[in-house]
Design a protein around this ligand. Structure first.
Ligand code: 5RP
Length: 305
């Protein structure tokens, strides 16, 4: 029962002090509702305004790709160093501990494979299930210029509308088919279309020429995919250039989990993204951490013998 005794009348109204109305930190997100902003503030670090998303959703069309054969073994050790996890609901339920407090961006499209036309996707998760899984955001791919362009855009519109109903942001991934051009004109077009349709943030690829124009022309944050595995210094340089030219972080997979030392690599990427560490310094950090981890591993093996 509510206690009616001893109710003290409020006196401290801070008269003369204006109530602060702080602007939301994230590009293009100032007019969103509280729940939407709160979820985005879990994805993007409010201090740096950036994020390191760890992408391990590749299996939904690639099967057990290298580095993702046993997600329970390869990805679990990386989770403490990621800001966000991006995966499918199948892997989330089967291989990721529900005790993690990392926000999840849920892959909500599927229906094709590497053996068929990549753009032929459908929405593959109902919003009810995304809510059950406590998704911080939902995501699908748009394939601009591909055979199923229209269908993939319809998928995005559907996710945005259902997500908006419940305050869940949508990440639009700009998908690239095998034969598609990957230049600033293409990604400028694809990212802008996604933002105009209401995507709350967009994943693109880094391009050497004109990336700054892509980020400037997109009214919401852009994060970059890592793409195919590169030497560590090249991947760190790509991340550095991307954030330096306006990206709000990375959504990286293969360049982390296929690295010689994924635990060291994700920490080096994080230093670049959040602290603006220069690529060579970040590589030194990677090598130091790698040596430490290998020495620890050798020690453990010796003790076992
Ligand atoms: C798969 C994806 C991946 O999440 C994305 O490509 C990021 O991974 P990588 O850094 O390996 O490219 O969207 O469709």
């Amino acid at each position: 029962m509510a206690d009616k005794d001893d109710i003290k009348t409020g006196k401290d109204f801070g008269l003369g002090i204006r109530q602060k109305n702080k602007a939301f930190f994230l590009k293009g997100s100032g007019a969103l509702d509280w729940g939407m902003q709160n979820r985005l503030a879990r994805i993007f670090n409010p201090k740096s305004g950036r994020t390191v998303m760890l992408a391990f959703d590749h299996g939904y069309f690639q099967g057990p790709a290298s580095g993702l054969e046993r997600i329970d073994l390869s990805i679990a050790p990386l989770i403490p160093y990621a800001d966000v996890l991006m995966c499918t609901r199948g892997v989330l339920r089967a291989c990721v501990s529900s005790e993690t407090n990392k926000p999840v961006v849920l892959r909500c499209s599927g229906g094709q494979s590497i053996l068929s036309e990549l753009s032929n996707e459908t929405v593959a998760v109902d919003i009810d299930d995304a809510i059950r899984l406590n998704a911080a955001a939902i995501t699908t791919q748009i394939y601009i210029g591909a055979p199923y362009e229209h269908q993939s855009i319809k998928n995005l519109i559907k996710l945005i509308d259902t997500g908006n109903r419940y305050g869940i942001p949508t990440l639009a991934v700009t998908g690239v088919g095998a034969d598609m051009k990957r230049d600033a004109r293409y990604f400028g077009l694809a990212t802008r279309i996604a933002a105009e349709l209401g995507a709350h943030y967009v994943k693109s690829y880094f391009v050497e020429e004109g990336f700054e124009q892509i980020t400037a022309g997109c009214p919401v944050p852009i994060v970059i995919a890592g793409g195919k595995k590169l030497p560590e210094l090249d991947a760190l340089t790509m991340a550095y250039k991307a954030v330096d030219q306006g990206a709000a972080g990375v959504d990286m997979g293969r360049n982390i989990f296929q690295s010689d030392c994924p635990v060291a690599m994700i920490q080096a990427v994080s230093a670049v993204v959040h602290k603006g560490e220069k690529p060579k310094k970040a590589l030194d950090m990677y090598n130091t951490l790698k040596a430490r981890i290998e020495a620890k591993g050798k020690g453990k093996r010796k003790r076992k013998k």
